[in-house]
Design a protein around this ligand. Structure first.
Ligand SMILES: NC(=O)c1ccc[n+]([C@@H]2O[C@H](COP(=O)([O-])OP(=O)(O)OC[C@H]3O[C@@H](n4cnc5c(N)ncnc54)[C@H](OP(=O)(O)O)[C@@H]3O)[C@@H](O)[C@H]2O)c1
Length: 295
């Protein structure tokens, strides 16, 4: 099937579902991406910091799918922020992916204590967009204050803000700021994977949530499928991760049912306001910096 797309604020179309590959070991990445492409996925979300861009590129070439049919998204790590450094980060990522052009290149995190570097990194993304090296640019983990500072200092509104977003953590204020500026909110950990692989065992995981599983039972769908459907109906892009072919297929099988407004509201109401990932305001080069190898 053809993946439904969402039109970004610059007119570029992004497939609504992509495969995430955070924590996918390089040696398993090509198989996971291959399984996803065989299922019908046409979008992969990777990052320089994931260490598997090379294998993502290999899988796409091996699939035989025309490059123009695939949407490749990757992220610049904070250690490569700064104008010249970020231009070079593009070369490193494009080189590993084995592509001339990247569909969506985003800044992985804000660097609140060195925001001038963040701004200069974003200016490099603007230059890459201008030169046609990337088709769209964006950010990740930008809170409202980071978006505000970025919008004041730069000229191109990001196409995407990729943030932690699952039923237990919905960040309504960031979603509202994104919507106000026509920035697509893209959900990372969309099925709440972080609530099980990093969560507090007592807080519970989204996969076992009674409200979510009960909604799914009515449609013969799993909790993961209900969560993905909720994002899509709320207009968000999603990038669920799995290395298992059966789950990769399950996570794509979400186009044959519709949640009611009451069910969407019930899912919204599960928000606990507790972040699973690192606090974006606390990201520093000292704590999180690490060298990204050359291509
Ligand atoms: N920008 C950022 O800072 C940031 C941070 C985190 C993630 N991301 C992106 O978002 C993507 C997804 O986020 P995520 O990996 O944190 O979480 P996720 O996609 O919500 O969940 C992934 C976890 O759930 C398991 N899983 C997948 N499908 C399942 C299913 N149908 N039923 C039960 N379990 C299932 C996976 O295990 P198996 O692999 O064993 O199936 C994995 O442990 C990442 O891969 C990455 O691309 C971005």
């Amino acid at each position: 099937m053809t993946t439904p797309t969402i039109t970004l604020n610059n007119g570029v179309e992004i497939p609504a579902i992509g495969l995430g590959v955070f924590q996918t070991p390089p040696q398993e990445t090509a198989d996971a991406v291959g399984a996803a492409i065989a299922t019908g996925y046409r979008h992969v979300d990777t990052a320089a910091a994931y260490g598997n861009e090379r294998e993502v590129g290999e899988a796409i070439r091996r699939s035989g799918i025309d490059r123009s049919e695939m949407f490749i998204e990757t992220k610049v790590w904070i250690s490569d922020y700064g104008y010249e450094q970020t231009l070079h980060a593009f070369d490193k990522s494009a080189g590993k992916l084995g592509v001339e052009q990247i569909d969506l290149l985003i800044l992985h995190q804000p660097l609140p204590t060195a925001f001038d570097r963040t701004i200069n990194a974003y200016r490099a993304l603007e230059k890459l967009l201008d030169d046609g090296r990337v088709r769209a640019i964006g950010v990740s983990n930008f809170m409202t204050e980071h978006l505000q500072r970025l919008l004041e200092a730069t000229s191109i509104v990001p196409a995407v803000n990729q943030i932690e977003l699952h039923p237990y953590f919905t960040q309504p204020e960031v979603q509202a700021a994104d919507a106000e500026h026509r920035i697509l909110t893209q959900a990372w950990s969309p099925i709440g994977g972080i609530t099980s692989y990093r969560g507090d065992a007592n807080a519970g995981s989204t996969f076992d949530d009674e409200t979510i599983t009960a909604i799914g039972a009515g449609y013969g769908k799993t909790a993961a499928q209900v969560m993905l459907r909720w994002h899509l109906q709320r207009g968000r892009s999603v990038i669920p991760k799995s290395t298992k072919p059966a789950r990769i297929a399950e996570n794509f099988d979400v186009f044959d049912f519709n949640l009611t407004d009451a069910q969407l509201d019930a899912l919204d109401a599960l928000d606990k306001g507790v972040r699973g990932g690192p606090e974006p305001g606390a990201i520093t080069l000292e704590a999180f910096g690490r060298e990204i190898p050359e291509a």
